[in-house]
Design a binder for this molecule. Structure first.
Ligand code: HXC
Length: 514
């Protein structure tokens, strides 16, 4: 056979396998409002950049008549490509082929591309759309998952790992996304759960839909398993591309630098915070008045909103922001917000992304619920994450910084590199009202007019402690600055820290409170 004819045969074979589960199954996929695995990869990657591996891999299962079944590509597509020119490895489970279920060869394809990503030191993106372990393949399927989890763990902190949930992700399969850095979900399409509605009905007698059990909103608003929520697959792909633009390819690199752009002039940084310390405001406006082009890429925006995390650029460099959000629960730290911030701080530290922390909080949330939910253990994660971090760490105290919250939000005492405070900052063990009630209790009780005395004592306390100058006098704050100076000083601090090296004691690994 001539090479020309052989090439024609290749094209024919390729076309056949690329049909996935065939016309009917593809129609069913479309009827569910879902793109096919191949369409997804092509929509996400740069045009003409995708190169597929292992197209002709076949399963080797023999039981339950599997030897009579052809499963094209064994239900998963793997390969390499680029996003905005940055190289990535990718896999996408093909639900049209045996429900994207994971058998031995399917798992081998995934682990092969994961190994490839680790060798090449580039991000790995996994698109999940699967009925879980392929039931006919028994323990081989379980072995496959185990091999994936093992690689997820080894890759953690070395290359970025991104999980996209575009269909069911059921049973133990959910643990791969849970081990990765960022999980993307799409409304009405993503479903993640350990035990499905059928099992719940059988075991507990409770009826629940898949959507209410583990739909996209559940994971972005209630469980905190998802980092990004989108209304459509295409919107989701735009979010992934944007994320890729902010992060480095691996832990030995820095994120790509862009051209610096001034923030939008419409945001007046000095006018965002109300003078009454009890009045809320949106801290995202402060971030937008600092970052290039006022472009802030928020992460987990629908969960634990009392802390805001995300990426922005300052003079072209990617920066990780952690900020208390006075709009939600007055910006207190609690179980979930500590979890959210601590993990993000560790991400930034692992991937050489400087941290800017904006502080305005009344402390940790008091209450039996929080104590019993483990606020001690979860709150400690913040202290651990900041203390452990060796990337440039810069803090700006905007307004309140009380108690344990002051320490936890990257204070000088956790070895922040630069600590700035705005003139309205109040740094104290607790708020003036609470403090005056405790330390002047006797005077207030014994006064002729206790309310008048209470107000006077609150005023006295405020004048003495609720300002930045006591901390500044001790060097805990480096500079008290005008709000308008913030961006300029951050640029200075970040540029100054670009070669920062800080050592930590040599150890196998730490034992953070998780
Ligand atoms: C083999 C499977 C499969 C599976 C689906 N299919 N899941 N084949 N193993 N796990 C096949 C179906 O038989 C069907 O084949 C095709 O995929 C499409 O499935 P449908 O059921 O028709 O699709 P749909 O109605 O959309 O329902 C999707 C679904 C449902 C909700 C995911 O298929 C389902 O509940 N599947 C089982 C989920 C599950 O319990 N998985 C095991 C979890 S245990 P045909 O030939 O008819 O087109 C697990 C342990 C891992 O994963 C532990 C790791 C630590």
């Amino acid at each position: 056979m001539s090479l020309k004819r052989k090439t024609l045969e290749l094209l024919k074979r390729r076309e056949q396998v690329q049909q996935g589960g065939g016309e009917q199954a593809i129609k069913k996929q479309a009827a569910m409002g879902k793109m096919t695995a191949r369409e997804r990869i092509l929509a996400l990657l740069d045009k003409d950049s995708f190169h597929e591996y292992d197209l002709f891999v076949e399963h080797e299962a023999r039981d339950f008549d599997m030897d009579k079944k052809i499963l094209h590509g064994d239900g998963v597509i793997i390969g390499t490509g680029t996003i905005f020119g940055a190289p990535v490895c990718i896999y996408a489970q093909d639900f049209t082929v045996a429900g994207g279920s994971l058998g031995l060869m399917h798992a081998r394809k995934i682990t092969k591309i994961m190994d490839h990503a680790m060798k090449l030191k580039v991000p790995i993106i996994g698109i999940n759309d699967s009925g879980g372990a392929r039931i006919q393949e028994g323990v081989n399927s379980l072995a496959g998952y185990g091999e994936i989890f093992y690689r997820n763990t080894l890759a953690s902190g070395v290359i970025p790992q991104i999980s996209v949930i575009l269909g069911p992700c059921a049973g133990g399969a959910v643990y791969s996304p849970a081990l990765t850095d960022f999980v993307f979900v799409v409304d009405n399409i993503s479903k993640m759960f350990i035990t499905g509605p059928e099992v719940i009905k059988t075991v507990l007698g409770e009826e629940i839909s898949m959507e209410d059990l583990g739909g996209a909103r559940v994971h972005s608003e209630i469980t905190g398993n998802a980092h990004f929520f989108a209304m459509s697959e295409l919107e989701c792909f735009e979010q992934i591309k944007k994320l890729i633009s902010y992060i480095p390819w691996n832990n030995l690199r820095k994120a790509k630098a862009f051209k610096s752009k001034e923030p939008k002039k419409t945001l007046k940084i000095g006018e965002i915070i109300p003078s009454d310390p009890k009045q809320p405001y949106d801290v995202r406006d402060v971030i937008k008045s600092i970052v290039d082009d006022s472009d802030f890429f928020e992460i987990m925006e629908n969960w634990a909103g009392n802390v805001v995390i995300g990426f922005g650029r300052i003079a072209g460099d990617t920066i990780g922001f952690v900020a208390n959000q006075p709009l939600v629960l007055a910006g207190v730290l609690d179980v979930d917000s500590s979890d959210k911030a601590a993990r993000f701080i560790r991400y930034c530290n692992a991937f050489n992304i400087p941290l800017v922390t904006l502080v305005d909080l009344p402390g940790y949330l008091p209450g039996v619920d929080q104590e019993h939910a483990g606020v001690i253990r979860h709150g400690a994660k913040m202290l651990y994450a900041y203390s452990e971090a060796t990337v440039p760490k810069i803090t700006v105290i905007l307004r309140k910084a009380y108690g344990g919250g002051y320490i936890a939000m990257n204070s000088r005492h956790l070895h922040a590199d630069f600590v700035f405070a705005w003139p309205g900052a109040e740094i104290a063990v607790m708020g003036p009202e609470g403090a005056a009630n405790i330390i002047f209790r006797k005077e207030i009780l014994e006064a002729e007019d206790p309310e008048k005395m209470r107000k006077q004592k609150v005023k006295e306390y405020k004048e003495k402690f609720a300002n930045p100058y006591v901390a500044a006098a001790k060097g805990y704050i480096d500079s008290v600055i005008e709000p308008e100076e913030t961006r300029k000083l951050l640029i200075h601090a970040i540029q100054l820290s670009s070669e920062k090296v800080e050592d930590r004691p040599k150890k196998k690994h730490g034992i953070p409170p998780f």
